[in-house]
Design a protein around this ligand. Structure first.
Ligand SMILES: [Zn+2]
Length: 250
């Protein structure tokens, strides 16, 4: 029988970094050696079922330099490409409307999710689930919620900007393409990237205004940009902001 105990542990690092605390996940299983692994969730220590705590700490002391290097490398990589760490417990944080959304699982949460405004730029959503929900189930559930949220908000923004631009849009479709934020068909069909929901509302609004302006001009001519500027005067700065910040991978 393979039994696995999973817990977060802390230990003081030796030497000049005496004040630094190392946090790691300990996974015990039927194996013979103590193994270390640094991933997007930090340090994981894999140990035999009967390995003593002091034996584990000895390995950590011996490998302190290697661990520190690996953790630093991982942090640099994550800073370059924002990533979402999908963990059912205690919560998963996502960039949302330029702020932060905290996903939490509750057994009694409604299946469509319950959104709570926690503070300025901070939201929480409770999705149905428990400590037994897997990370991939959490992600699938979150994505379904995200698409509903995106469709609702994007529709509202299209509703707001279409009359200002004097155009009619026919339908909204969501995409998650990596390279495209939106597109417009001359018959009024609009496609918007669901990942725009990661950005501040003015950035999202710029893309909405951009696609609606295409219903006047199916090109990027000065006349097109004049339509955009009419409802979105700071479109240049917003476009730069969109380019400067990558959306996280799901
Ligand atoms: Zn365009």
């Amino acid at each position: 029988m393979a039994s696995t105990a999973l817990a977060l542990h802390h230990m003081q690092l030796p030497g000049s970094t005496a004040s630094a605390t190392l946090t790691y996940t300990l996974v015990r299983s039927q194996r013979r050696t103590i193994g270390l692994e640094v991933g997007s969730n930090g340090l994981t220590v894999r140990a035999p079922l009967r390995a003593s705590h002091s034996a584990i700490e000895r390995v950590l002391h011996d490998k302190a330099r290697w661990i520190a290097d690996k953790l630093q490398h991982m942090q640099q990589r994550q800073a370059a490409q924002p990533r979402i760490v999908w963990q059912p417990q205690p919560h998963t944080d996502l960039p949302y409307l330029g702020g932060r959304l905290r996903l939490q699982l509750h057994p009694a949460a409604p299946c469509h999710g319950a959104v709570l405004a926690v503070g300025p730029g901070q939201w929480a959503v409770h999705l149905p689930g428990s400590a037994h929900t897997s990370a991939s189930d959490l992600r699938a559930q979150a994505w379904a919620w995200w698409l509903r949220q995106a469709h609702q908000l994007f529709s509202e923004r299209l509703q707001h900007y279409a009359p200002l631009l004097g155009v009619r849009w026919l339908s909204l479709r969501l995409s998650s393409a990596r390279t495209r934020w939106g597109s417009a068909h001359s018959d009024g069909r609009i496609m918007l990237n669901a990942k725009l929901l990661h950005y501040r509302l003015p950035v999202l609004d710029y893309v909405v205004a951009h696609e609606l302006a295409h219903l006047h001009e199916m090109n990027h001519s000065p006349r097109f940009w004049a339509w955009v500027a009419q409802v979105c005067p700071d479109h240049l700065a917003l476009r730069a902001e969109l380019r400067a910040h990558a959306a996280p991978q799901w």
